[in-house]
Design a protein around this ligand. Structure first.
Ligand SMILES: Nc1ncnc2c1ncn2[C@@H]1O[C@H](COP(=O)(O)OP(=O)(O)OP(=O)(O)O)[C@@H](O)[C@H]1O
Ligand SMILES: [Mg+2]
Length: 314
């Protein structure tokens, strides 16, 4: 039987997922601000807080934690549209997740696909999903199913390493699903397990090796990985030197993962963010003319237009 909610033909929304291997880089702050920025452009926005253990997106909007959550979608079959609560920002709503909704190992891949079909059918132009830290496979799957995959990092080696591992895990998960759904079972995992014997040193070499095994697999990988584009944001930057770290991140990803990443923006460190949270204010509204807010507007434009940071100015 078709999903009741999905029978009427309507425009699909664009899903942006915000992740990052490391905790505390600013995923929730950036998600909420990009949401406010999109809503200010007249877009209809829904924010989904899919942080596994620490849903706190509401705090960046100065509102109380909603009583409903994605758990109601999975367990009580509530319509997703009904779980949206007002965010305090005109044109933007919020759906909260919790530990039981997306962290659960019980959630099957088909259920996640169902959730995505329902997200796609929400009455919105953009849906932003704020994912928690780490590489739980539910996080990876949600990230991979999005139309735009966004990673938030800070200019610290540990954060960049975490981003690299997160992307590698996401790509590996993508490969595994791609192979399984094409009847090739555990070929990616098995090859990776034998990487030392095969002389494979990194993800790029794994893909190259697999492509060399047959024309069919080469075609599958070329097609399957073609749309894989990571957008990253450098948050909490303190000077121009830190802004340029984004370029090194791009070249490391190209060298070891074998694909180009999009450096869509940087956001400076701003102590006013903390006082906004503590005073239940929305940063983008209370400090709309700050450099930080302007940088967020710029990165939102870059995400919409598919552009990158222009470092020629620095
Ligand atoms: N540009 C910034 N300048 C100053 N402080 C910031 C900035 N961005 C975020 N913060 C602060 O850093 C802390 C972590 O931010 P946030 O909760 O958005 O990170 P997160 O990546 O979502 O964390 P978690 O992994 O726990 O979900 C918050 O206290 C927030 O106020
Ligand atoms: Mg968060």
């Amino acid at each position: 039987m078709p999903d009741k909610e999905l029978t009427s033909a309507q425009k699909e929304c664009e899903i942006w997922a915000v992740a990052g291997g490391k905790g505390g880089t600013g995923k929730s702050f950036i998600s909420s601000c990009v949401g406010v920025s999109l809503a200010a452009k007249g877009k209809k926005v829904v924010l989904i807080d899919a942080d596994l253990g620490g849903a706190n997106l509401h705090s960046f909007l100065g509102i109380n934690k909603p009583k409903t959550s994605l758990t109601d979608f999975f367990e009580s079959r509530a319509a997703l549209q009904e779980l949206i609560i007002p965010s305090g920002i005109p044109g933007m709503g919020l759906i909260t997740g919790n530990l039981h909704s997306l962290a659960s190992d019980d959630i099957k891949y088909v259920q996640k696909l169902k959730l995505f079909r329902h997200i796609k059918a929400l009455d919105a132009d953009h849906v932003l999903i704020d994912l928690g830290a780490g590489s739980h496979y539910n996080t990876l799957d949600t990230f991979l199913l999005a139309d735009k995959m966004i990673v938030v990092i800070v200019p610290e080696i540990t954060s960049i390493e975490n981003m690299y591992h997160f992307i590698k895990n996401a790509m590996f998960r993508k490969l595994t699903i791609l192979f399984k759904t094409n009847g090739l079972r555990d070929m990616a995992e098995d090859t990776w397990k034998s990487r030392n014997a095969l002389g494979i040193k990194n993800f790029q070499e794994l893909v190259d090796y697999l492509k060399g095994t047959s024309d069919e697999i080469r075609e599958l990988l070329d097609k399957g990985l073609a749309g894989f584009k990571i957008h990253f944001v450098l948050n909490k930057v303190k000077n121009n030197q830190e802004i340029s770290i984004g370029l090194s991140v791009k070249s490391v990803c190209m060298k070891y993962l074998g694909f180009a990443t999009q450096y869509v923006g940087y956001v400076e460190h701003d102590d006013c963010i903390r006082s906004c949270i503590n005073n239940r204010l929305t940063f983008m509204r209370s400090y709309s003319s700050s450099r930080c807010a302007k940088e967020i507007e710029k990165l939102t434009d870059n995400l919409i237009e598919g552009k990158q940071v222009n470092l020629m100015r620095y």
